[in-house]
Design a protein around this ligand. Structure first.
Ligand code: CA
Length: 223
């Protein structure tokens, strides 16, 4: 479970200063809370002692290489979804990165939208690992996109399910519309999309299923 901040958190381990600055700005714009480590030792320390939603890990790093960091994290059962960046593009490199426990692999130089799309996919895949999420006294079954109650079953559309899953995965957290766009709607850019789908969810599941937090956004309802 992520910590109490509502933004998804990313650990960026990268020693190229201009690239780090650029990525920090872009990830922050996308709604991520970014923590930076500029060498492998610091990256490993942060990865072992703090909880992140995602890790972006450069392969060529001072002190410890990216793959050494990743193997050490996996040995300690840190299963945070990790995208490895590399300057080398040989197929062997890719295999080695995936063997070390990376979920994905991106060759430099890369297009930023490509990186952001890959990170969104990694976050989505995390939800797919869970089968059911509690929604008040009901539960959301992700495979069938159904909200199951004592004697009720309500089917959701893919977008309704994605939105409710993001809220239900972190009950108590307040999400801004831009965070929900990022997490549930693939970074679509109209904040009204969120309001529309909240409306659909309330119509199907009752007004209390999603709570409006005035001036901020939404969270999972208490019931
Ligand atoms: Ca590097």
């Amino acid at each position: 479970m992520p910590d109490s901040t509502a933004s998804p958190s990313v650990l960026l381990v990268e020693d190229d200063a201009p690239l780090t600055d650029l990525l920090c700005d872009l990830l922050a714009e996308e709604g991520y809370a970014v923590e930076v480590a500029t060498d492998g030792h610091r990256g490993l320390h942060l990865g072992l002692t703090r909880r992140f939603d995602l890790i972006v890990l450069d392969r060529g790093l001072p002190v410890l290489s990216g793959l050494e960091v990743l193997r050490a994290l996996r040995r300690q059962a840190v299963d945070t979804p990790t995208l490895v960046l590399t300057a080398r593009g040989a197929l062997d490199d890719r295999g080695e990165g995936l063997d070390a426990g990376a979920e994905d692999y991106l060759v430099k130089p890369f297009e930023v939208p490509e990186l952001l799309a890959r990170l969104r996919a990694l976050r989505r895949r995390r939800f797919e690992g869970a089968e059911q999420l509690p929604v008040g006294r009901r539960r959301l079954d992700l495979a069938s996109r159904t909200v199951i109650g004592h004697d009720t079953a309500v089917e959701l559309s893919a977008s309704e399910c994605a939105l409710l899953a993001v809220l239900a995965e972190a009950p108590g957290q307040v999400f801004t519309r831009s965070q929900l766009l990022l997490s549930a709607f693939d970074g679509a850019d109209d904040p009204g999309t969120v309001d529309t789908y909240v409306h659909y969810l309330r119509r199907k599941l009752g007004r209390d299923v999603v709570q409006t937090v005035r001036g901020v956004g939404y969270r999972l309802g208490a019931r």
